[in-house]
Design a protein around this ligand. Structure first.
Ligand code: NAD
Length: 324
């Protein structure tokens, strides 16, 4: 079988560009192409220095300053969209118009639910599989945790707490989507902090049935953090180290305090699996193309996370207006 030809729009960090120091980050799209034996046919970036560094490292067949020109001319089977979110809609729609066979779009998809829905609908209309790389969705340990929680192994979810650095539509979008992935339900917004503008660090509270989630940014942090605790009626899951360490805790009777049951670690899921999620996401796209089906995480599911984030932003701005 002929290997699929892949084009990557954007030659930055997540594409695999050696943009910080001289080596790519662990887990990136160019490496995923290599892992799966796909042809890296083309890469595009208007930034000449980035484009050239990427080309030197990964040797695509051709490099382009203009992603839309690459899409029209490079005879691609698959497109990976690894550009800033505000460019995702135009690039995805151009790929659909050019007759691409499959698209992998980086998180946060287009960033907003209405534009993401336009891309989803265009792909559906043209029967083009679309994979959105909210990485935790494709990570084996997160998938195992989802299975365990879904099977009720820790009881019923009651309280989810999480913290993140950066903005809600950036790093925080992973957090909102991960809550929805691990604890599926009809999450409705109950409270937000204030914010001016369309993105930034925002705290929020939301509820789905008896489960409550409190997610908050760490302001002015001189470090990166992304952590989540899922407290259930019979135990707790704790996600540390950007989700690369996941512990399951269950209650144990206390020797020192008879009658009390405290949480103790009972299992750890495989660590450091997140970098492989890039390959798993691309592999899913290849399978969906071969089998002519929708991706196993349907884009509509991710659009619902974006709709929740849009609602957070709308409410956070209203608070600002009321107070000022
Ligand atoms: N899945 C994850 O865990 C994860 C992590 C980080 C970033 N991301 C996402 O990946 C995407 C890229 O992030 P990054 O960190 O690689 O950013 P980056 O700034 O390192 O790279 C983006 C590149 O896109 C280029 N670019 C801008 N407009 C373009 C266009 N129209 N056509 C082609 N290239 C264009 C820029 O010049 C830049 O080199 C974003 O959507 C981001 O949210 C995902």
């Amino acid at each position: 079988m002929t290997a699929l030809r892949v084009g990557i729009a954007g030659c930055g960090m997540i594409a695999g560009g050696p943009v910080r120091g001289d080596r790519p980050i662990l887990g990136n799209h160019a490496q995923a192409c290599r892992d799966l034996g796909l042809v890296l046919a083309a890469a595009a970036d208007p930034d000449a220095a980035r484009r050239e560094k990427f080309a030197r490292y990964w040797s695509p067949e051709s490099s382009w300053a203009d992603a839309l020109e690459m899409i029209r001319a490079a005879q691609l089977d698959l497109l990976i969209v690894a550009t800033p979110p505000e460019t995702h809609e135009a690039i995805c729609l151009a790929a659909v118009a050019a007759g691409i066979r499959g698209i992998l779009c980086e998180k946060p998809f287009t960033g907003h639910a209405p534009s993401a829905e336009r891309v989803r609908a265009a792909c559906e209309e043209a029967a083009i599989p679309l994979v959105v790389n909210f990485s935790r969705r494709w990570d084996e340990s997160h998938q195992e945790l989802r299975r365990a929680l879904g099977a009720g192994e820790l009881g019923e979810p009651r309280l989810v707490t999480g913290c993140y650095t950066g903005t809600l539509r950036g790093n925080g979008s992973h957090l909102v989507d991960t809550v929805r992935m691990l604890c599926p339900g009809d999450w409705t917004l109950e409270w937000t902090s204030q914010l001016r503008g369309d993105d930034g660090p925002v705290a929020l509270a939301m509820r789905a049935g008896a489960a409550q989630a409190l997610l908050a940014p760490v302001g002015d942090a001189e470090y990166f953090v992304f952590e989540l605790d899922v407290s259930c009626t019979r135990g707790r899951a704790r996600l540390f180290n950007n989700g690369n360490e996941i512990h399951l805790e269950r209650p144990q009777s206390s020797v020192e305090f008879p009658g009390y049951r405290y949480l103790q670690r009972s299992a750890s899921l495989p660590e450091g699996t997140l970098p492989r999620s890039f390959t798993r996401a691309l592999d899913e796209l290849c399978r969906a193309v071969a089998e002519r089906r929708v991706a196993s995480v349907p884009p509509i599911e991710l659009i619902q996370s974006l709709a929740l984030i849009d609602a957070v932003m709308a409410r956070a701005q209203q608070r600002e207006e009321t107070i000022s």
